[in-house]
Design a binder for this molecule. Structure first.
Ligand SMILES: Cc1cc2nc3c(=O)[nH]c(=O)nc-3n(C[C@H](O)[C@H](O)[C@H](O)COP(=O)(O)OP(=O)(O)OC[C@H]3O[C@@H](n4cnc5c(N)ncnc54)[C@H](O)[C@@H]3O)c2cc1C
Length: 384
């Protein structure tokens, strides 16, 4: 059985690692991993808090590609772009030749969403979604920069806090009215806003950037209300879109992501998907580390011959904003209930409860994050 994995993020390498634990004979059970990047293993969440902690792109690499390939006895085809999947013949077609498979795993990740911007420097707006983007961002960041960030979601707020702590002036635009607007109820959002503002971050609410033009010293930005200001770097963090192009072209069922069942199988039983490119049944996409690891372990066991349903318990996400430590487990989309917010000493606790009082989601800020374990145990499982 030849297993081919596409993608060298946490999704791809978790499959390679877990599968090799179960199938120790690499000659009998060959595995090939194909990726368009270098294949180096790094912690993607660290990209948004590496500046203040003094990490560089080089020190973010945890295991170089050649080493992890050797450890997992995986044939690595890095810097290789997959152009199509021929399901009838079970062949992955790449820009460097064809790779046949018996079982295929897609760990393709997601693309940053780009705002349609006017101006002669619209293309200079950066996004950071992988190590090579991060290298580019670091090289483009002057000392004491004036940075404008588009988006006050999880990644935008983390970068804002990190840049500010590293001595840069930061201004964040969002069409919402408070940080993490899609994840926090208003009272919790206002608490977070106060802490982030106290840390020196400036916010522009209900507003966005419409135009970016080059100047001698950087950029002139024009917002949606016609006001202008200068910036030395513009970072877009308005969200990610699962990479479904290859799967769609191959005729696999896709919604917002590549649809998978409780085993992580796509609509083709020889092909599995996980991570940022996947949509887990009714739960939808779960673009976080913990779900990838859980799905990876279960899918590896199924690939090795023991059907293993993916179990996704509630998985609170830690927002890496030291100015306002935050833990969030949002309620499922469309869940009925309401947020109940309560100020605690040096913090805020927001619980989303159903009409019968069942805890369905939570947001813990400041000192309330200490209750994470206790409350997480009361949340319903997401899957399995
Ligand atoms: C700045 C930042 C901070 C984050 N912080 C957190 C956090 O604190 N906690 C948390 O839980 N999650 C966090 N996340 C989310 C988490 O990092 C991701 O959910 C996870 O890393 C996704 O891994 P993945 O393997 O699915 O995708 P990726 O790591 O994006 O890997 C995709 C792989 O697919 C390859 N690929 C794609 N298309 C092709 C092709 N056609 N041919 C060949 N190869 C291809 C790419 O080269 C790459 O190797 C953060 C994300 C970002 C960007």
């Amino acid at each position: 059985m030849h297993t081919v994995i596409i993608g060298s993020g946490i999704a791809g390498w978790t499959i390679a690692r877990e599968l090799r634990k179960l199938q120790t004979d690499a000659e009998l059970h060959p595995t090939t991993l194909i990726c368009s990047d270098s294949g180096d293993f790094y912690s993607k969440p660290m990209l948004s808090n590496a500046l203040a902690s003094g990490k560089t792109p080089a020190t973010l690499v945890m295991t170089p590609a050649a080493k992890i390939a050797e450890q997992t006895r995986t044939r690595l085809l890095n810097c290789t772009q997959v152009v199509s999947i021929d399901r009838a013949q079970r062949i992955v077609r790449t820009d460097k030749g064809d790779v046949p498979y018996d079982q295929l795993v897609l760990g393709l990740g997601a693309d940053p969403i780009r705002l349609p911007l006017a101006g002669n420097a619209a293309e200079k707006v950066l996004s950071v979604n992988d190590l090579s983007d991060y290298t580019h961002f670091r090289n483009a960041l002057p000392a004491g920069a004036e940075v404008t960030i588009l988006g006050a979601g999880l990644i935008g707020c983390e970068f804002a806090n990190d840049l500010s702590a590293a001595g840069h002036a930061v201004r964040v635009y969002d069409i919402a009215q408070w940080p993490l607007g899609r994840l926090l109820p208003e009272a919790a959002g206002q608490y977070s806003l106060k802490k982030l503002t106290d840390a020196g971050i400036q916010f522009e609410w209900g507003n966005s950037i419409a135009q970016v033009d080059q100047t001698d010293s950087g950029y002139r930005l024009t917002d949606s209300q016609g006001n202008t200001h200068a910036a030395s770097l513009v970072l877009s963090a308005i969200g990610l879109r699962p990479r479904t192009g290859l799967a769609q072209a191959a005729g696999l069922e896709c919604g917002r992501g590549i649809r998978v069942d409780g085993l992580g199988r796509t609509s083709d039983p020889a092909i599995y998907a996980l991570g940022d490119c996947a949509e887990y049944g009714p739960v939808g996409p779960l673009p976080y580390i913990q779900p990838v690891m859980n799905a990876g372990r279960a899918i590896a066991a199924t690939l090795a011959g023991k059907e293993t349903p993916i179990k996704l318990p509630s998985m609170p996400v830690l927002v890496k904003t030291p100015a306002c430590p935050t833990v969030i487990a949002p309620p499922a989309a469309g869940a009925s209930g309401q947020w109940l917010c309560e100020a605690v000493e040096d913090g805020m606790r927001a619980l989303f409860k159903s009409p019968d009082g069942t805890l369905l989601g939570m947001a813990l800020l400041g000192a309330a994050t200490a209750q994470r374990q206790e409350l997480a145990g009361q949340l319903p499982s997401l899957m399995g």
